[in-house]
Design a protein. Structure first.
Length: 236
C-alpha cells in the first residue's frame, strides 16, 4: 500500500538539512509539494553535505545554536515564502564513550547545544508563525532517550529533553500547533556504515522512511495526534 500527502502551498523549515536525515526529510517534503527551507551551518557544497538544493528546496545557512541567527532565519523564511506551516527539528548528533565521571563538560555542553538548544530555539521563534497557519512541529528524539545506558549519558539526556519539550509545546499550544517527536535508533547513513561496517545494515532504517513518518505527523491524517513520541526504529 502506498500513502502520499499533498503539501502544495505549504512551507516547511527543516533544520540540520545538510545531513543524511535532514536531506532525506527535505526531499520527502519537497516531493509532497511543499516549499522547503533547508537550514544548516554546513553549506551544500561542503564535502560532508548530502543536501541537493533546487526544485523547491531553498538553502539557508545558519548557526542553529545562536538565537540571533535562528530568529533571523525564521524571519527570512517567512519573508521569502509568505508563511510557515511545518518545522522539522532534525539538527542533532551523537557522542559517547565516557562514563559520567569522565565526561568533559565541553562534550556535555556540545550535545545539549546541538540536540536540545537547536530544537528549543527553532521552536521558540517559529511558534508565532505556526499558530497563524495551525501548523505542526516534528522533532527528533531517540530510542536511547527512554532509559539510561553506559557511556552516552549526556546524549540520552539531551534527547530525553527533546521529548519533554515536545510534550510541553503540545500542551501550551492545544488546538493551534501540534508538536510530536520521532524516536530513531540506528539510521542507515554513510557515517554509521563507516563506523559499524560489520553490523546488520539491513536492520537499520532508511532516512526517507523516517521522513515519511514525519510527513504523516504533519498531515491532516494525524490531526488528533500531539505530544507523542513515535518509535521509528523498525528492527534496529
Amino acid at each position: 500500500m502506498s500513502v502520499s500527502f499533498d503539501f502544495t502551498d505549504r512551507v516547511a523549515l527543516v533544520t540540520g538539512a545538510s545531513g543524511a536525515l535532514g536531506s532525506a526529510v527535505a526531499t520527502v517534503f519537497r516531493d509532497a509539494g511543499a516549499t522547503v527551507a533547508a537550514a544548516d551551518i554546513v553549506e551544500p557544497d561542503d564535502d560532508d553535505a548530502l543536501l541537493d538544493p533546487g526544485g523547491g528546496i531553498h538553502f539557508y545557512q545558519a548557526d542553529l545554536t545562536s538565537e540571533d541567527e535562528v530568529s533571523d532565519l525564521v524571519d527570512s523564511v517567512v519573508e521569502d515564502h509568505g508563511r510557515l506551516d511545518f518545522l522539522l527539528n532534525i539538527a542533532g548528533t551523537w557522542r559517547g564513550g565516557s562514563p559520567i565521571d569522565e565526561t568533559d563538560v565541553d562534550a556535555f555542553d556540545f550535545l545539549f547545544d546541538v540536540n536540545l538548544k537547536t530544537m528549543f530555539l527553532a521552536s521558540k521563534h517559529a511558534l508565532s508563525h505556526l499558530r497563524e497557519t495551525e501548523g505542526a512541529i516534528v522533532s527528533v528524539s531517540a530510542r536511547a532517550s527512554l532509559e539510561g545506558g553506559e557511556g552516552d549519558g549526556p546524549y540520552r539526556a539531551s534527547k530525553a529533553g527533546v521529548r519533554l519539550l515536545t510534550e510541553t509545546i503540545a500542551e501550551e499550544n492545544l488546538g493551534t500547533v501540534r508538536a510530536n517527536a520521532v524516536m530513531p535508533s540506528v539510521i542507515d547513513t554513510p557515517q554509521n556504515r563507516e563506523m559499524m561496517p560489520d553490523a546488520d545494515h539491513d536492520a537499520w532504517v532508511d532516512p526517507a522512511e523516517i521522513g515519511r513518518v514525519m510527513s504523516f505527523l504533519c498531515s491532516d491524517a494525524a490531526a488528533v495526534t500531539s505530544g507523542a513520541a513515535v518509535p521509528v526504529y523498525g528492527e534496529a
